[in-house]
Design a protein around this ligand. Sequence first.
Ligand code: URP
Ligand code: ZN
Ligand code: ZN
Length: 468
Amino acid sequence: MKTLIKNGTVLTAEGEFRGDILLNGESIAAVGSGIPAEADEIIDAEGKYVMPGGVDQHVHFSFTYKGSKVRGFETSNAAAVGGTTTVLEFVNQVRGKGLIESIEDYRKTDADGISMVDYGFHVVMTDPRDEVIDEIPQLAKAGYPTMKLFMPYKGMFFHADDDAILKALYKGREAGVTVMVHAENADMIDVMTKKLIAEGKTAPYYHAVSRPPVVEAEATRRAIYMAQMADAPLYVVHVTCKEALEEIKKAYQNGQPIYGETCAHYLVLDEQDLAKPGFEGAKYVCSPALRTQEHRDALWEAIERKWINAVSSDHCGFDYEKQKHMGYGEGNSFADIPNGAPSLQNRLNILWTYGVETGRLSKSRFVDLMATQPAKINGLKKKGRLAPGCDGDVVIFDPAYRGTMSVKNNLEGVDYCPFEGFEQKGRPETVFLRGQKIVENGSYIGSKGQGKFVAGEPFGAAYGDSAK
Ligand code: URP
Ligand code: ZN
Ligand code: ZN
């Protein structure tokens, strides 16, 4: 099957030009202008942008909080209609199992034959026994060259102490496995949480009070020092505040290979959303917590200046009624509310509407942040770019579309949308996954199981741009 997309404005991380793209089978066959019109389907993209399919390097289809689990890969068509054609899922190591065994068991039952976009995995090390540490180099050979450690969540099985982080950094460095950290100080949160609950401050808003920016800045700095000692790259996920950004910037300037991402919701939502009437604030409980305008301004500046390398979703599909309400009522508190927010579908829409359309973000940097850099960082050589030989993952984006973000037009399978009522300018109109059309006129038309596993190559982070 050959598809020719003609007369669009081709957008890449380097710039834009008016041109055509030819898809042949699963790949991009040609990018240029005046490509001869010999194809099974010819699409006129006049007035539209043609860009690489998005790569969302931070999604949760298996995260479980106090026994409650998010929606899984059966909702990955939400990624497709949002213009994302590859997702990277965090899989917890199962106690008693190895790292690769944990990923592959999960993959067989929960992703293969189900996912509607391409997918890869980061493993979350939860059981850092010596033989598990020794297994780390094998991750790179198996196509899983990234692993995550959770610095907060004290008392939960996936919390990692400094001992585990340092050992992972040393071992990862040997084989090209990049260590990622969720950087928040577990003890600071724990002490503050207990104090607030003892004072009767149990409402969702106190989630933010229990984990202020200093909690994130301290852990970010500590992780950076550990990476410095191990002489290893470090990837800091979901950076939210100016203090943590300062730590990352300083490390870059010292020549350390430090990479950071932020997420769509930290760019547009506010700490005050946690104070919405009734229990509605629970919809906005995610970690780190939402911040204020001064932090959002710092994040927008950081993404344009390349102090931050990617914008992910940190998608976490918990229902409001059934799951967020675990923190409601007598004897419960904000600490019982499952952490995380659904945002898989609106990642590109938020970045375009509130970044490109407001002039805060150039169009080429938009492509870089949502596709090109996350592909590089994770060693996905055929993703995130429009070049011959790359996978035919392409979005035709209509900048003239006007709409409203709402749970009513959302495929995430959750009963709320954190961006409810937000204005939307532009949308992914047509989406191709490896040459096959999976979204047409904004609607999903693909099929379950169409997504394939995609292996990452070692030390993808080393190919990414560092801050200038
Ligand atoms: O609140 C969040 N971010 N939930 C998902 C798990 C994590 O911490 O990344
Ligand atoms: Zn996290
Ligand atoms: Zn996360």
